[in-house]
Design a protein around this ligand. Structure first.
Ligand SMILES: NC(=O)c1ccc[n+]([C@@H]2O[C@H](COP(=O)([O-])OP(=O)(O)OC[C@H]3O[C@@H](n4cnc5c(N)ncnc54)[C@H](O)[C@@H]3O)[C@@H](O)[C@H]2O)c1
Length: 313
């Protein structure tokens, strides 16, 4: 095993955090979570040997206390909704830009140089011809995408100005267990199927995304903690496979055993990119990352998780 660390995970009670914290604890690391539980849930970490501190990443005193005794950071806390960022750009800026700046600055003050932060692929790059990669020019079309780009800017600046080993990982669309509080397409499709309601597709169904299982993302985060990379590195974490929303709906129906479930089309929403999938070649080269979970297997397992943990209660 790599060196055992004391890791602060911001947003560790959220969807991605639930799997990341489990993985880090399982690997023998000591984990403290800082989360204000806005979209996260205490229950996500039940039975896990990790300390949960309820607090806000914009609160400098809470950050200083949370960093005490730690030597690495995984920064996941964020306002993660593209749609909500369009409705309220100020709130999004406050959590994602001010919050991320304060997290990195507190890491600097605490002498924590090994940091990994969640960024985003699609929303940050904007409408580019896929597959996108690290050479694609970022042109965000939502406040959320712009906020993640600002976070990457600070990570790069802190690497160069203060010698921190920052790394930003641009996640594709993540799916998997503990996502019941999310408003992502798969969650909404599974709920519609469970409730016997039609699946709603925005636009004609040709919009596409790159769906990556949360176990693959968590493995990449651990690799990013352990690998000696240059500070300021940015990597796309993706499956490399383009899935249209129409295909996703079909895969979700197949996973649930209802291939003929009804589908309804509604108008496209602003701020959402049209087509997106990403190349993970650089992450493979730098971290040794490749996705291990196929769409069919991952979506099937996620449906089973919903049946056992969400739809049964
Ligand atoms: N889920 C995806 O498909 C996806 C894709 C790309 C990037 N990301 C990024 O990955 C990270 C994790 O996303 P997620 O899907 O787990 O979202 P999530 O909303 O489930 O998790 C975010 C966590 O941060 C916490 N949080 C929010 N604001 C906070 C604040 N001010 N102070 C402290 N804690 C706060 C929430 O309570 C929650 O537990 C985010 O940075 C998100 O932008 C996610």
């Amino acid at each position: 095993m790599a060196e055992a660390r004391h890791i602060l995970v911001t947003g560790g009670a959220g969807f991605v955090g639930a799997t990341v914290v489990r993985r880090l604890v399982h690997s023998g690391h000591t984990v403290r979570v800082l989360d204000n539980l806005t979209t996260g849930d205490r229950a996500h970490l039940e039975g896990i040997d990790a300390e949960l501190v309820e607090g806000d990443i914009r609160d400098v005193a809470a950050l200083d206390a949370a960093f005490a005794g730690t030597d690495a950071l995984v920064h996941l806390a964020a306002a993660g909704s593209v749609v909500r960022s369009v409705e309220d750009p100020v709130a999004n800026f406050d959590v994602n830009v001010v919050g991320t700046f304060r997290v990195l600055d507190a890491a600097r003050r605490a002498g924590v140089e090994r940091t990994v932060q969640a960024s985003t692929g699609g929303a940050l790059i904007g409408d580019a011809t896929p597959p996108v990669d690290e050479r694609s020019l970022p042109k965000p079309i939502s406040p959320y995408g712009a906020s993640k780009l600002a976070g990457e800017g600070y990570a790069h600046a802190f690497a160069k100005a203060y010698g921190m080993r920052t790394i930003a990982l641009r996640f594709a669309n993540v799916y998997g267990p503990y996502s019941a509080r999310k408003q992502g397409a798969m969650t909404l499709f599974f709920r519609a199927i469970h409730e016997g309601q039609p699946i709603i597709l925005y636009g004609d169904g040709s919009a596409s995304r790159d769906y990556t299982h949360v176990d693959d993302i968590a493995r990449a985060i651990e690799l990013a903690l352990d690998t000696d990379v240059e500070g300021g590195t940015v990597l796309h974490l993706a499956s490399g496979i383009e899935t249209t929303v129409a295909k996703l709906a079909q895969l979700c129906c197949a996973a649930a055993g209802v291939p003929d479930h009804p589908i309804e089309h509604h108008p496209k929403r602003p701020g959402e990119v049209e087509r997106n999938f990403a190349s993970y070649d650089l992450a493979k080269q730098v971290l040794g990352y490749s996705p291990t979970i196929s769409r069919e297997d991952g979506i099937g397992r996620t449906w089973n998780w919903y049946v056992e943990n969400v739809f049964s209660s």
